[in-house]
Design a protein around this ligand. Structure first.
Ligand SMILES: *[C@@H]1O[C@H](CO)[C@@H](O)[C@H](O)[C@H]1NC(C)=O
Ligand SMILES: *[C@@H]1O[C@H](CO)[C@@H](O)[C@H](O)[C@H]1NC(C)=O
Length: 177
C-alpha cells in the first residue's frame, strides 16, 4: 500500500513534468526541490510529502528551476552531512509555517539561529550585520530548496549554504547536527 501510494505520486509528478509546456525537453523527467517548496506553498494538501519528494528526486535528475542565472549553492564540504529526508521534512515545516504568515526572525545581537531541527538535520541562519533580520519562513524554505537542487546527493544526504533569496543579509545553512 505504501509502495503503491508512492508510485502513484511519482507517476503524477512525472506526468505533470511532461505536461509542463515551459519545459525545454518534455521527454526528460526531472525533479526540483525548489519547485516542490513552491508546490507546498501553493497547496500543502496536494504537494508531495517529504518522503515522496525524496523518492521522486532519487528516481530522476534533480535540476534547479531557477534557470541559468542562479549560481550553484555552496555545498560546504566541511559541514556534517544531513540525512536528506530529515532536511526535506524541515523544508516542508518551514514552507507550511510561512503559509500561515509565520516569520523566521533573528533578533538584535543574535548572529546564529536554528530555524528547524528534525532528526539528524538542521537549518540555521546566520548574518553579518547588527540589525535584526526577519523573513517569511517560506523564503527560508525556498532558499533551502535551492541548496537541495545543487547539493542533494545520491547517498541520500545534503549539506550546503546559500544567501536567503529575499534578504541578502541572512545566510541559510543546511547541515547535519
Ligand atoms: C534510490 O534509488 C536506488 C536505485 O534505484 C535505490 O537502490 C535506493 O534505495 C533509492 N534510495 C531512496 C532513498 O529512495
Ligand atoms: C553557515 O555557514 C557559513 C559558511 O561556512 C559559516 O560562516 C556560518 O557560521 C554558518 N552559520 C551557522 C549558523 O552555522
Amino acid at each position: 500500500m505504501v509502495n503503491f501510494t508512492l508510485n502513484v505520486a511519482v507517476l503524477a509528478l512525472v506526468a505533470s513534468v511532461a505536461a509542463a509546456p515551459a519545459t525545454a525537453d518534455a521527454s526528460s523527467t526531472t525533479f526540483s526541490f525548489a519547485r516542490w517548496v513552491e508546490d507546498i506553498i501553493a497547496n500543502p494538501d496536494t504537494a508531495l510529502s517529504p518522503a515522496e519528494a525524496i523518492v521522486a528526486a532519487n528516481a530522476t535528475e534533480v535540476v534547479s528551476t531557477a534557470g541559468g542565472l542562479q549560481k550553484r549553492a555552496n555545498c560546504q564540504p566541511t559541514f556534517p552531512d544531513a540525512p536528506a529526508p530529515d532536511a526535506a521534512a524541515c523544508l516542508n515545516d518551514l514552507a507550511r509555517k510561512g503559509a500561515n504568515g509565520q516569520h523566521c526572525a533573528m533578533g538584535t545581537r543574535v548572529f546564529e539561529i536554528e530555524m528547524c531541527r528534525i532528526g539528524g538535520a538542521q537549518i540555521v541562519a546566520s548574518r553579518g550585520g547588527l540589525a535584526a533580520q526577519s523573513v517569511n519562513c517560506q523564503d527560508v524554505a525556498r532558499t533551502g530548496g535551492l541548496i537541495f537542487d545543487s547539493c542533494f546527493r545520491a547517498d541520500n544526504t545534503v549539506k550546503g549554504s546559500e544567501i536567503c533569496i529575499t534578504n541578502r543579509l541572512m545566510q541559510i545553512n543546511i547541515s547535519g547536527v
